[in-house]
Design a protein around this ligand. Structure first.
Ligand code: MF3
Ligand code: CO
Length: 253
């Protein structure tokens, strides 16, 4: 069953998503050469306090493993779920994917963005620009009466001309009281297929896109996913609401 948010629940969902967007906005400005990914994690913890929310990642359990960070911070060939480390220093030219998932009054807001640090390789810049465009194309395909596959196909179509590797092992998802609700939202697929979209559904749409192969490998920490060929990856995500006439992006600051 895909949850439909009541008007009362929607108020709390909006507040959680706005807080998530403010944290991501403020955190993005702190991504400069010399900071460590652990420093960004600690900064995120403080920003969450300031914006009246808490980390939904901290203490999150998957396969009996407890996530230790407050955000996910994934650099260059790290695709998603990177854990902040005092040994990982950000350099000019890096691609730093920040994934901010917060809880506020029992509801989740989920958003992500890849930040380019200073002057980056033009091909890497293109990867980031096209991944964000693909996210917006996916959001553009959201309408009541449509299907999840419409979103997937729009994302895939936006990325095909660039010859990118679209990550398959992780997908977008419904979101609400829990971080991961039904339905799953793959970043590739066929229009007109999959679960029907209805007004009141909240969806986290999140293309994860690689410059080379779509294949990933898991690090020994059990969380960090990296590209199998070591080439860089980008990740953009918004939480959106299906409305009576389309979609509303909830994770705008
Ligand atoms: N946005 C990520 C996801 O949907 C957040 C994961 S938090 C973690 O998978 F704790 F599970 F890493
Ligand atoms: Co997500």
């Amino acid at each position: 069953m895909i949850d439909l948010k009541s008007a009362e629940e929607l108020g709390r969902m909006r507040a959680a998503c706005a807080a998530a967007a403010r944290v991501l906005r403020d955190l993005s400005a702190l991504v400069v050469p010399g900071v460590t990914t652990a420093g960004l994690d600690q900064a995120a913890k403080g920003l969450m306090l300031r914006h009246g929310c808490e980390s939904a990642c901290h203490g999150y359990v998957v396969n009996r493993l407890t996530y230790p960070g407050h955000i996910c911070v994934s650099v260059n060939d790290e695709v998603v779920h990177g854990i902040g480390s005092p040994a990982r220093i950000i350099r000019e030219g890096d691609l730093v994917s920040l994934d901010v998932v917060v809880r506020r009054e029992g509801f989740i807001g989920d958003n992500a963005r890849t930040v380019m640090v200073g002057e980056v390789d033009p091909e890497h810049r293109r990867l980031c620009v096209d991944t964000e465009k693909a996210l917006m194309a996916g959001i553009g395909a959201v309408r009541p009466g449509g299907r999840v596959g419409d979103i997937s196909a729009a994302i895939q179509a936006a990325l095909t001309p660039g010859g990118y590797g679209i990550v398959r092992d992780f997908v977008g998802h419904g979101v609400g009281r829990k971080m991961h609700e039904e339905p799953q939202i793959p970043n590739f697929g066929k229009a007109g297929t999959g679960p029907k979209l209805l007004s009141g559904m909240a969806l986290a749409i999140e293309p994860m896109v690689n410059l080379g192969t779509h294949k990933i490998v898991m690090a020994s920490d059990g969380w960090t996913a990296r590209t199998a060929d070591g080439r860089p990856s980008a990740h953009f995500e918004h939480t959106v609401l299906v409305t009576d006439d389309g979609a509303e992006i909830l994770t705008l600051p």
